[in-house]
Design a protein around this ligand. Structure first.
Ligand code: SF4
Length: 124
């Protein structure tokens, strides 16, 4: 058995949660509503995050484009994702919302651009 304390971030009240974990069973107290239970279970059993980062750009007016995942990914994959992004270069122009990586690490989730990068008039 393991005891965990968490703060629910599902609404501004920020309830302090106490969770008792036995295998895959999570018992939650301190929540004012059911969302707190769902939040604690997800955070303990399968934590996920929307990840933001940058990718190098070739031939653009700036050297980086900001990106994010199209949905939360498992926290355990974040390191692999960052490594994959470090090894990439994307050719300008890039549009907001453009999919730069499809099906990231087999998750079915994409990496999308969150800013525009125009082509550099000088070419590089
Ligand atoms: S448990 Fe319910 S009331 Fe408390 S922070 Fe989470 S969503 Fe808000």
């Amino acid at each position: 058995m393991e005891n965990r304390t968490l703060t629910c971030i599902s609404c501004p009240l920020g309830c302090d949660l106490e969770a008792e974990v036995v295998g895959d069973t999570v018992t939650v107290t301190g929540n004012r509503c059911d969302k707190g239970v769902a939040y604690a279970k997800a955070e303990i059993l399968n934590p996920q995050r929307v990840v933001t980062s940058n990718i190098l750009v070739e031939g653009g007016i700036c050297p980086l484009v900001s990106v994010k995942t199209s949905a939360p990914i498992p926290k355990g994959l974040i390191g692999n994702m960052i490594q994959e992004l470090k090894n990439m270069k994307i050719r300008a122009p890039i549009r907001i919302g453009q999919i730069l990586i499809r099906n990231l690490l087999g998750t079915g989730i994409d990496v999308i651009a969150t800013r525009e990068v125009e082509t550099c008039p000088a070419g590089e």
